[in-house]
Design a binder for this molecule. Structure first.
Ligand code: ADP
Length: 164
């Protein structure tokens, strides 16, 4: 059984992430979405919030599960028994740092391979940070994130109807 880990911040989850998850689940028998616990990155949502947003989006995808990790992605991959690290690729700008990371991870543990899944055209420009910015300034984000992510984002970023 080939296990793949799909690591990231998912702060918050977008349709771009979900597109990668679906494609990975078509290829690999088990896909572990691994949410990075990264307090130093000061995420907008707690790890637990990010995990439950993902879980809510996965209803029906039985090869996929959600976990959290800290430290090095390559160590998490080994811990979860994954031979593959899945990363999504958008523009060429993603490529350089992703390639660097993939080669470093291979040097550390050659038995784990990074597989890049190109984004769908409609999500080419989509990133969690852009979504946060758009939401903070009142833009309509409903097309880019699952429905249950829209409200928490508005609340956290202080839009009308929110807490702050
Ligand atoms: P990280 O901080 O690890 O980059 P992200 O949550 O931003 O965490 O991204 C996790 C993974 O999902 C990365 O491989 C990233 O390239 C990919 N990704 C993010 N947005 C998209 C998108 N719109 N289409 C395809 N892949 C994406």
């Amino acid at each position: 059984m080939t296990v793949a880990i799909y690591p990231g911040s998912f702060d918050p989850l977008t349709h771009g992430h979900l597109d990668v998850v679906r494609r990975a689940a078509d290829i690999f028998e088990r896909v572990v979405i691994a949410v990075l616990e990264n307090p130093q990155k000061r995420p907008l949502f707690t790890t637990r919030e990010r995990v439950s947003m993902i879980q809510e989006s996965l209803l029906g995808l039985d090869r996929v599960e959600v976990a959290t990790y800290g430290g090095l992605t390559i160590d998490a991959a080994r811990e979860f028994g994954a031979k593959v690290i899945v990363r999504g690729l958008r523009a060429v700008s993603d490529f350089e740092s992703e390639f660097q990371m993939a080669l470093m991870n291979r040097r550390l543990h050659p038995e784990v391979t990074t597989v890049f899944i190109p984004t769908s055209l409609r999500y080419l420009f989509l990133s969690s940070s852009l979504i946060k910015e758009l939401s903070a300034f009142g833009g309509d984000i409903s097309e880019f994130v699952p429905a249950h992510v829209v409200e928490p984002l508005k609340q956290r970023l202080g839009q009308p109807g929110g807490r702050t």
